[in-house]
Ligand binder design. Sequence first.
Ligand code: SF4
Ligand code: SF4
Length: 374
Amino acid sequence: MMVSCIGLGGMGFVSKNNKRDKPSTIINTALNEGINFIDTARSYYDSERIIGEAIHGRRKDCFIATKTYLRGANEVKREVEISLKNLRAEQIDLYQVHHVQYEHELERVLARDGALVGLKRAKKRGKIKFIGVSSHHPKVAVKCIKTGEFDTIQIPFSPIEREFIDEILKEAKKYDVGVIAMKPLAGGRILNAELALKFVLSYDISIVIPGCSTLKQVKIDTHIGKGGIFLNENEKKSLFEEVEKLDGNFCRRCRYCENVCTIKLPIADIFRCEDHILYNVTYARNEYKKFKKEVKKCTDCGKCEQMCPYNLPIRTMLKNAHRRLTKGKIEDAIINILRRLNLYEKVRNIYFDLGFPIPKRWENNSEFSNKEDV
Ligand code: SF4
Ligand code: SF4
């Protein structure tokens, strides 16, 4: 299956996200320019439906990937039917098991009544073509690949989040598994999109799928995709100077901290919810609801911080994440107003140039991330 080296991440193609270029315009422009891969998920609100409407009449021009959080065979069967209806398609090119984070989850997926069985049945009936899996946990991702059951693996990969990438790529090659790199701009936190995408593409991946919310971004994507992808020494230096500034509060989801946490807090997942604020505040806050009570049980023992290989101030970060995901609506609104007045970049750059640590709440990439829905 031939796909473009840059695809469209579909998390932001939702009806509420109506403050930038229309998703249908973005998708059709991208298809006209040669981008033929669109990734979405059952959990991204009405993204499947929006994409289905946009590609109506030109289904043959694109490769559609979606995914489900559900883990049972029968549940997955229903999910496939819903996706087909939403996407107005007779067949989906790639159906992925979404966000497999723990070994026990993978075992559930592989069980006799698990998601994989459901997807294999759907494949047999011609409803889907390929079966994939996504994971934010590098070691679990390697385990998924080694099962030999999946055609693709979707993993976060960016200049700041690249642990185990060599091992993942080595195993993917060995098992002939396609590698889909998501979050190439670290969830919108890396501002130099062009250099970050070139960096990711310089590795032996199959495709990279940045989020896309304006036509300008489509142009940048196609410019990079059609041009040279190699970074010269100066470009590398400038990219990593930016990345270093983000280092102090970026969780790489290694989960070493979780192993020692007495209350078994899913710390990496909480930080992941926080990252989603950049794309869709409603989604981020809904996702966080399942962790909210647990976070309050934190004893402040600090064991997690002793284990973090990146010396992250986890306790402070958890408090900030909790505040952002439960309160802070006024601050979010102010940032949104700044964006609408085109003042956001100016204010942010002044901070950045003065060398101040940039508040996480401010971090957004006006080029590549989607508008917050506050
Ligand atoms: S400080 Fe909180 S999150 Fe960290 S190990 Fe202790 S209980 Fe867990
Ligand atoms: S907080 Fe540190 S130890 Fe915990 S998952 Fe993130 S990077 Fe790993």
